[in-house]
Design a protein around this ligand. Structure first.
Ligand code: KG4
Ligand code: ZN
Length: 335
């Protein structure tokens, strides 16, 4: 079954063709880096308008790259839940149009479910059930992934998601957007023990996250240094901040694994591209006899291939959305 996936929940306009939920024939992604750099972040209305300009070209690119036409497509899968409402509307309108014009089945998906499937798509040997840490700019969750697209959310962020904290700290330090990859690169030249930043909720029994206090602590320390006319060791600040985030993400995930008797962890979402996060997870899980899986780097950040893969799994369960499909900026995973 050839599925056309469409993803426009935030600032990436993406379309992909995926065969049988496994083989990516094409994945076209148009980023809005010029706008992000201009405004220092995502401006929802501006992002939505850019999606409307690009969506037709991006879908055509996905078809052309795969050497296919709409005649070859069997179904359309689109992100309809969790994201910026105006942005979601563009993708869903495009998906509905194709579905109606071509009489193709349509399925709307939750963005986080897409991220979970980015890992399954990248690692065909990833067992289900497993515990999944989804860690991005807009979300941060611990999820028990069960069979047949069933999920139990074990914890989520109470304020800033980890990626949001990366982006905000980077912006404050005068670094480029998005901040995560920049801090990742800069940290390689820094000393991760130079500063001791707080590890919020690392010992709490809850599986929720909170990164806002950590972000404020880095910003306050930075301001203090400037006020005292001190040299600013940006690489050391970046490395120490990143280490604090990584420590919390790994500790919480392992707590979830222990509590739920799992031996398998999936890490997914934009921040799962982080090199230090991958390193610490790999080392810690190896010591404890836990298997850890990450998506391919190209599938960590938002993409439509993960949506097509999730759509395929749900279609196998007989699910269809129909043309009344609506968009929801905030819906629980599974809802
Ligand atoms: O999954 P994603 O594309 O969008 C959301 O669903 O939010 O994730 C984007 C986030 C941004 O906050 C970005 O800074 C972060 O992922 N990110 C990283 C890295 N690459 C992307 N964070 C840390 N290290 C990276 N290498
Ligand atoms: Zn995402």
């Amino acid at each position: 079954m050839l599925i056309l996936g469409i993803e426009t929940s935030c600032d990436e306009t993406s379309a992909a063709l995926v065969e049988d939920g496994k083989t990516i024939l094409s994945s076209a992604i148009a980023t809005q880096l010029d706008l992000l750099k201009k405004y220092g972040g995502v401006v929802p209305e501006v992002a939505a308008r850019r999606h409307t300009e690009l969506i037709g070209y991006v879908i055509k690119e996905a078809l052309d790259t795969a050497g296919k036409t709409l005649d070859d497509v069997d179904a359309v899968a689109v992100t309809s839940r969790q994201g910026l409402i105006g942005c979601l509307m563009v993708g869903v309108a495009a998906a509905k149009t194709i579905s109606y014009a071509r009489q193709l089945p349509l399925i709307g998906l939750h963005h986080i479910e897409g991220h979970i499937f980015a890992n399954i798509l990248s690692n065909p040997d990833l067992p289900v059930p497993h515990i999944c840490l989804t860690v991005s700019g807009g979300h941060n969750m611990l999820v028990q992934v069960k069979k047949n697209c069933k999920y139990k959310v074990l914890g989520s962020t109470l304020d800033d998601a980890a990626g949001e904290a990366f982006d905000k700290v980077a912006k404050f330090l005068g670094l480029d957007f998005p901040g995560g990859p920049v801090i990742d690169r800069l940290s390689k030249q820094g000393n991760r023990k130079a500063f001791t930043f707080p590890r919020p909720m690392i010992r709490s029994k809850e599986l929720d996250f909170s990164f806002s206090g950590l972000k404020t602590s880095v910003i306050n320390m930075f301001k203090e240094k400037i006020a005292h006319g001190e040299m600013l060791p940006l690489a050391d600040i970046a490395a120490s901040f990143q280490e604090a985030i990584v420590d919390v993400l790994v500790a919480k995930t392992l707590r979830a694994v222990e509590e739920h008797g799992s031996k398998v962890v999936g890490v997914t979402g934009g921040v799962s591209a982080n090199s230090r996060l991958r390193e610490v997870f790999a080392e810690t899980c190896k010591k404890r006899g836990i298997k850890v899986f990450f998506p391919k780097l190209s599938l960590c950040t938002d993409n439509a291939a993960m949506i097509a893969a999730a759509g395929y799994a749900r279609m196998l369960l007989g699910e269809r959305s129909g043309l009344r499909l609506d968009v929801f900026p905030n819906t629980p995973l599974g809802g």
